[in-house]
Design a binder for this molecule. Sequence first.
Ligand SMILES: [Zn+2]
Length: 388
Amino acid sequence: MPGPHPPLHLRVVWLPDDTVRDLYIDGDRLTTTDVPGAETVATSGYALPGLVDAHCHIGIRRGAVAIDSLDQARSLALTDRDTGVLAIRDAGSPYPYPELVGEDGIPRLIRAGQHVCASKRYLRGIGLECEPDEVVGALARQAKLGDGWVKLVGDWIDRTAGDLAPSFEPEVLASAIAAAHAEGAKVAVHTFSEEAVACVVEAGADSIEHGTGLSTGLLDRMAAQGTALVPTMVNIETFDDIAAGADVKFPVYADHMRRLKAGFPEVVRAACEAGVEVYLGTDAGGGIDHGLAAEEMRLLHQKAGMSPEQVLAAASWRARDWLGLPDDLGDVVVYEHDPRESLEAVREPNLIVLRGKIVAGRNPLRCARWSGRSRRGCISLTLAPSTP
Ligand SMILES: [Zn+2]
C-alpha cells in the first residue's frame, strides 16, 4: 500500500555507507526496495538523513527571551529545518510545546523540558529556578514532561565569589541526575567550569553541554561510560564578548572565560581522540541565531580538527542513532557537491525531504545524469523562505 504522499525515488551517493543507492521514500519510510510508481526527484548528489542540532532551543528567541506562542516555536524550528536540520534535541525550553512533536513539516523533536538551575543563577526568565532542596524533585518532574531528556544547569557565575561555580553541591547534582534516571530520562548538563563538569561526569550525566572545563582524565571516563559531548563551538566563540562585558565587575570570571575559550578546541580534539561521542549543537536561541548548523560543522572541522567524514557522521546519522531515531524514517537531505570534499557544500541543500514530503528544494534539480527514469519526475521548487 502506498503511503499518504506520493512515493519518491532518489539515486544519490548515500553518505552513511558511501554507496550510490536507489532510495525510495514511501510515506514516512525509507527503503532501498523499489516502490512501484515512485516519482524520481533526484538523480545525482550526495545525501544523508538530515542534520541533527543536538543542542538547540526553539523555545528561546533572540535576546534570550522566552517565546510565548506555538507559532514562534514553529517559526524557529522551520528556520533550522530549511538549513537541512531534520532533528532537534531541544536542550531546555521555558515554553512547553508538546503539540509540535510529530507535526507535519516540523523537524523530529526530542525535548528536554525546562532547564533546572539555581536561583538567580541563569538567564533570567528561562530556567526553573530551584533551591538546593528542590532540585531533585524538579528534575524528576521535568523528566515526565520532555521526550526522554532533562536539562540541568551545572554551573554559572557565582556573583558573590566572582567566578564560575557549580550550581549546587556535588551530592545534590548527583542526586538530581539519579532522580531523572530513575524516571527513565537522560540528563544533559550545562557546564563551563572544571569543577562542575568533574562532578556531573562522576555522577553519570548522559551528555555534557559545552564542557569547556573538561580534562583528559574526565574524557577517558566519558568514553568508558558513554557520556557524550556537545561542544556548541558557535557558543564558545562568544566567550570573549561575555568576558569583555564582565571585566569591570568580575575580572576573575572574565579571565576564566577567556582561558576556557582559548583551550577549548584542544578539548574537543582530545575528546575525539579519547573516543568520546561528539555531536553537533549550535545552542541556537538566546544569543545565537537559529540556522547555524553548517557554521558549527565548519568549526568542528577547522578548529577541533575533526575530518569532514567525522563531522558529517556526528552531525547526522550517528546523532540520529544516539537520539533513538530509527534509520528507516523518510528524511533525506541532498547536496549537489560532495560535503566530504568541502563541508561548505552543506550550506546549500538541493532537496529536503521530511517525513516523506519534499519541504524545500533548489532548482533546477539535475535530472539528466540518470537516463533510467524520465525527466518528467523532476521537480523544481524555490527554497522555502526563512522565517523572520
Ligand atoms: Zn543551550
